[in-house]
Write a protein that binds this ligand. Structure first.
Ligand code: NAD
Length: 338
């Protein structure tokens, strides 16, 4: 029987997780919640997705709207909830999820402690088997974990130093900035991203620095990695090419910026121009034996969506083997450049 999935918070991440769940044969989208029936709620109804009020108090806003009940009603007919409410709000729902005895997935805007376990499908799928609470790490941490885990299993990773150039806001966030500035975010070193990677990969020696810049499309990471054994540029390209969640782009072919990557996503018909794969510029990969450098780009709105799907499978034990779930997710979402 298909696992019934509820989505609490139908915004940037919630919409994308809902769409991905609809593409899985072993899952059923039980419904989504909205605080108010805005255009996104109406579009959801048009797509035959059931919409619930996020609380009994908010029901008053849904007059004249085909609302299916409240979050309580949705949870009572779900096996698992994917919390996609804004950062720090998710934790406030934890007691309700526990009361309803539904498993819960939180996003990277919540602290690790909310679940006591931070997840990335390439790194620790098996440790998530049967768990009731899991936090899927943020977009930046997902991008770092994907790269580090694949370098580690091929060559062994000794040390990572990374600079993260972060998008100032998502495209729909017109109240956020910076508009004309480069902001060390935070100004202290390390940024929280390195310790967050260590929640997933505890043995990695990593230090990160982060800057926020006036763009909405993607983040860019500059990585300097010390490996345990020598790897040529061709070795690294060979190892990364095998992963469907990593795409190697060539600047020589014209994909030489984040806007060109997004144009590529549009050209191949990706919904909302999402690129759920980690993008790596082939020409940026430079090896000095055991020391390597590379530049990678992260589509912040969509990179962690496949990991949310794998987390559902692991927690509900739909699939025990990580490779099997990852392959199912990749196939259903059409990941990997053909
Ligand atoms: P968002 O603001 O786009 O969407 C949040 C949704 O939750 C909105 O529909 C909002 O109306 C709704 N909401 C607000 N308060 C609520 C409440 N009390 N109860 C129920 N619903 C409520 O936020 P987002 O960008 O989708 O972020 C969700 C989570 O995902 C956060 O933890 C964030 O840190 C994380 N995340 C975001 C990104 C990104 O780039 N946007 C990437 C990775 C992870």
């Amino acid at each position: 029987m298909a696992i019934r999935v509820a989505i609490n918070g139908y915004g940037t991440i919630g919409k994308r997780v809902a769409d991905a769940v609809l593409k899985q044969n072993d899952m059923k989208l039980a419904g989504v919640t909205k605080t108010k029936p805005n255009y996104e709620a109406k579009l959801a109804l048009d797509r035959k997705i059931r919409v619930f009020s996020s609380s009994a108090e908010n029901l008053k806003f849904f007059e004249g709207f085909k609302v299916s009940g409240t979050l309580d009603d949705l949870l009572s007919e779900s096996d698992i909830v994917v919390d996609c409410t804004p950062g720090k709000i998710g934790a406030t729902y934890k007691p309700l999820y526990e009361k309803h005895k539904v498993k819960a997935i939180f996003q990277g805007g919540e602290k690790h402690d909310v679940a006591g376990f931070s997840f990335n499908a390439y790194c620790n799928y098996k440790d998530a088997l049967g768990r009731d609470l899991v936090r899927v790490v943020s977009c930046n941490t997902t991008g770092l974990c994907r790269m580090i885990s694949k370098l580690d299993c091929n060559f062994g990773v000794k040390k990572v130093r990374a600079v993260l150039v972060r998008r100032g806001a998502d495209p729909s966030e017109d109240k956020k900035g910076p508009i004309n500035s480069i902001v060390p975010d935070p100004v202290t070193i390390p940024s929280h991203h390195g310790p967050d990677v260590q929640k997933v990969l505890p043995n990695v020696d990593i230090t990160t620095v982060a800057l926020a810049v006036p763009t909405t499309l993607m983040h860019v990471h500059y990585l300097n990695v010390d490996l345990n054994k020598e790897a040529s540029e061709a070795d690294i390209i060979g190892a990364l090419s095998k992963q469907r969640r990593i795409i190697l782009f060539s600047a020589a072919e014209g994909i030489d910026s984040t806007s060109a990557i997004i144009e590529f996503a549009r050209d191949i018909g990706r919904s909302r121009y999402d690129l759920q794969e980690l993008a790596v510029w082939k020409e940026s990969i430079k090896s000095f034996g055991r020391e390597i450098y590379l530049l990678q780009a992260v589509h912040q709105e969509s990179i962690a969506i496949p990991d949310n799907i794998d987390a559902i499978r692991a927690m509900t034990r739909l699939v025990e083997a990580p490779e099997e779930s990852i392959a199912m997710t990749d196939e259903s979402l059409g990941l990997g450049r053909k």
